[in-house]
Design a protein around this ligand. Structure first.
Ligand code: RFL
Length: 390
């Protein structure tokens, strides 16, 4: 089956669904191809914070009410050091530029509903998705539907929104992109639990190792526990999870509940430059991954989608390819800023606790940085500014 559309979007995660919605609002036709089923995509639980910059993007496109209704403001961050709480009033420090707490799967489900309700063309269970002729003027994408029928879609542009393990980046010749990657040398074990969430996002620093606990809706939480880089989920039975959480959070009365998911997060960063090859544009995790520290992965995906939607609108409606030419450099500036922030925060929160990680001298340096963060207005505001994104 042959057909054509201005843009083929590959992947229906936060990047692909944001882009698809913005293209629809911009009057640019697109077809979205997703490998998984709708229920699989709507169930995938990962991030939980939309930073201020992302909320502004949805406001500017008139989507904020549809997407963010009922989602609480992300207002105060607690950093607990050796059991002692320090509250950072992110709203005051950022001058009111707060984000929203919203589980990724809720945002994804709402983005999907908004796109489909508006008449969008989103095809699930698309197998063998393959981009072709990226460096010419007439690219196309082929895929096989659930019935086994092979489809071919001719297009002007392809958006690679298929995550880190997707097919689009792999279809670019290796010599056409520079790859930067970094292993942070630590592991994070994470669980989702149907247990009462903390009153506010919480980082805990102590000699027992780093831990963090975040709300994921009204009745669930996500816990992150620093671990050895080669730990496996099987190394962490439920008793160990709760015992270590109580110890590291300094809370003997920590409420527990059924653990619904366990995973080891690779603490690795990755960036490709440029985020474009011919008529293919890489968006979100397909182009860069960042550690969960600082909560920026999903937000970078949304920011890329916004830049690309505006550039495609200019190209398709006005024949102006300048914004597309600037796409990669515009996004990478933000990506590197957030990579630096994430690395800085990882170093600070881990080295201030565990002297086995980087030695006692660096532990004292990290403690001094923490002290500055709590005591100095400018340091607090700089931190809040990075948390706000943009
Ligand atoms: P996604 O979400 O991986 O979506 C890619 C989509 O493409 C589909 N796909 C294909 N479709 C067609 N053909 C193919 N060949 C395909 N290959 C893949 C996939 O099925 C999927 O639907 O990438 P996207 O859209 O770029 O979004 C990125 C975010 O999901 C990611 O950055 C965040 O989840 C990262 N992240 C966090 N980000 C935050 O901003 N704040 C957080 O607190 C946060 N916590 C996390 C996280 C990631 C985690 N993982 C992945 C370990 C916590 C965790 C545990």
């Amino acid at each position: 089956m042959r057909e054509s559309t201005p843009v083929v979007v590959i992947g229906a995660g936060p990047a692909g669904l944001t882009l698809a919605n913005l293209l629809r609002l911009a009057g640019v036709g697109c077809v979205v191809l997703e490998r998984q089923s709708r229920s699989h995509v709507a169930r995938r639980q990962r991030a939980g914070v939309l930073d201020y910059a992302s909320t502004r993007i949805f406001e500017e496109w008139g989507l904020a009410e549809t997407l963010l209704a009922g989602m609480p403001e992300d207002r105060v961050l607690e950093i607990r050091v050796d059991g002692e709480p320090h509250l950072l009033d992110m709203r005051a420090l950022s001058g009111g530029r707060t984000g929203r707490a919203i589980p990724q799967q809720v945002l994804v489900a709402r983005l999907m509903a908004a796109f489909l309700d508006g008449g969008g063309d989103l095809r699930f269970d698309a197998g063998e998705v393959t981009p072709h002729d990226l460096d010419g003027t007439a690219p196309k994408v082929t895929y096989r539907d659930a019935d086994g029928t092979l489809h071919e879609i001719a297009c002007d542009y392809i958006a690679g929104c298929d995550g880190y393990h997707g097919v689009t980046r792999e279809s670019v010749p290796a010599e056409a992109m520079t790859t930067y990657s970094y292993d942070h040398g630590i592991g994070w074990f994470t669980v989702l639990a149907d247990a009462p969430p903390p009153r506010r996002p919480l980082f805990a620093i102590s000699a027992h190792g780093f831990a963090a606990q975040f709300p994921r809706g009204p009745a669930a939480c996500r816990l992150y526990l620093e671990c050895a880089p080669d730990d496996m989920p099987a190394d962490w039975n439920d008793d160990r999870v709760w015992e270590q959480s109580r110890l590291r959070l300094g809370d003997d009365a920590l409420p527990t509940g059924p653990i619904t998911d366990k995973a080891v997060v690779e603490m690795r960063s990755f960036v490709v430059d440029p985020m474009r090859y011919g008529r293919l544009f890489l968006v979100g995790d397909a182009a860069h991954i960042i550690t969960p520290m600082g909560g920026k992965g999903m937000n970078l995906a949304i920011a890329d989608a916004d830049v690309l939607a505006r550039a495609l609108r200019a190209a398709v409606h006005d024949g102006d390819e300048e914004p597309l030419a600037a796409y990669s450099a515009t996004c990478l500036r933000r990506v590197w800023n957030q990579q630096e922030f994430s690395r800085w925060l990882t170093e600070l929160t881990h080295e201030a606790g565990d002297s086995a990680l980087a030695g006692t001298f660096r532990r004292q340096l990290a403690r001094a940085r923490l002290d500055r963060l709590f005591a100095s207005g400018p340091a607090g505001r700089a931190f809040a500014d990075l948390m706000a994104g943009g």
